[in-house]
Design a protein around this ligand. Structure first.
Ligand code: IPM
Ligand code: MN
Length: 328
């Protein structure tokens, strides 16, 4: 079966790491019908295009979207983030941001709510630019949005070996949103009697991720906490060069988007120095979601086998790519 995939290589190292991922997918014999979309910071600088609605509708027709990284120096903050990445996440209702962190010592999946919270864009300015200026930025938490995220996390934990789920929030201070999250979590828990549960405040979780990550199996948290915690998790799991993510629409009413957690790294772009592992694992997650589970497992196993060889991560893009290919 052929899968139609929209590819947004994006800026900086994005196209370099996506090329490696696509090459490995081809090598394991999965038939992808890919279409490249020239989007991101460079495109915006050239002609002002971010993501027009017609293009969004066109992207909706694909089975999946594979994205490298977007963002260029010189583009004002928020233009690409809000106009492209968050627009796709929100408009395509990709309400789960799934980020796995696997080392020899821990195997954690962070489930980050992906369409609400501080990212919803609630708020505004009053008297902007004057000495009496006010800016507000609210956190939007709907019962439906929280519950579907928490339920996804419980369902995932229930299918894993340890069957353990930790809610991370800040219920001691965020007494409205935290309360809603905690109640939704407790209520959904009654549907999953085999899943053992825990709760950590987000600041404490930052300590545990560094000092005792082995305590975690599945972690569920809100959008902004999840953003911050997954950079930390990447840093203690072999570096951000290995951190992969899936922006999932589990109901499959629109395509899901797969992307490395890292950015476009303009400082090393074009030099063949980018670590492609995060993009490769993101691509394997895409294959899983498309039902190509054998191919996904082959790619992941090849990354594991190549990683076990000393010096793997110190290589350049091409060296790492061929080390993985050799283990397929
Ligand atoms: C991420 C990124 C994005 C986010 C930015 C680029 C909008 O940091 O995917 O983690 O904050 O979600
Ligand atoms: Mn982030």
């Amino acid at each position: 079966m052929t899968h139609r995939v929209a590819v947004i290589g994006g800026d900086g190292i994005g196209p370099e790491v996506i090329a490696v991922a696509l090459d490995l997918i081809k090598a394991v014999g999965v038939d992808l019908d890919t279409t490249d979309y020239d989007l991101g910071g460079e495109r915006y600088m050239r002609d002002g295009t971010v993501l027009p609605d017609e293009l969004l509708e066109e992207l909706r027709t694909y089975d999946a979207i594979l994205l490298g990284a977007v963002g260029s120096p010189g583009v004002p903050p928020g233009v690409i983030e809000r106009g492209l990445l968050l627009k796709i996440r929100f408009e395509m209702d990709q309400f789960i941001n799934l980020r796995p962190f696997v080392t020899d010592d821990h195997n954690i999946v962070v489930i980050r709510e992906n369409t609400e919270g501080m990212y919803a864009g609630e708020g505004g300015f009053l008297r902007k630019g004057t000495p009496n200026e006010i800016a507000t930025q609210g956190s939007v938490n709907t019962r439906m949005g929280v519950e579907r995220c928490v339920r996804f996390a419980f369902d995932l934990a229930n299918r894993r070996f340890r069957k353990h789920l930790t809610l991370v929030h800040k219920t001691n201070v965020l007494s409205f949103s935290g309360d809603l999250w905690q109640r939704a979590f407790n209520e959904v828990a009654t549907d999953f009697p085999k899943v053992e549960t825990a709760y950590n405040h987000v600041d404490a979780a930052c300590i545990y991720f560094v000092e005792d990550p082995g305590r975690y199996d599945v972690v569920v948290t809100d959008n902004l906490f999840g953003d911050i915690l997954t950079d930390l998790a990447g840093a203690v799991s072999g570096g951000i060069g290995r951190a992969a993510s899936a922006n999932l629409n589990p109901a499959r009413t629109s395509p899901s988007l797969f992307e490395p957690v890292h950015g476009s790294a303009p400082d090393i772009a074009g030099q063949g120095l980018a670590n492609p592992v995060a993009a490769v694992i993101s691509a394997a997650m895409m294959l899983d979601f498309l039902g190509e589970t054998d191919a996904a497992t082959r790619i992941r196993s090849a990354v594991d086998a190549a990683s076990a060889v000393a010096g793997f991560d110190s290589g350049d893009t091409a060296t790492i790519a061929s080390a993985i290919r050799a283990k397929l």
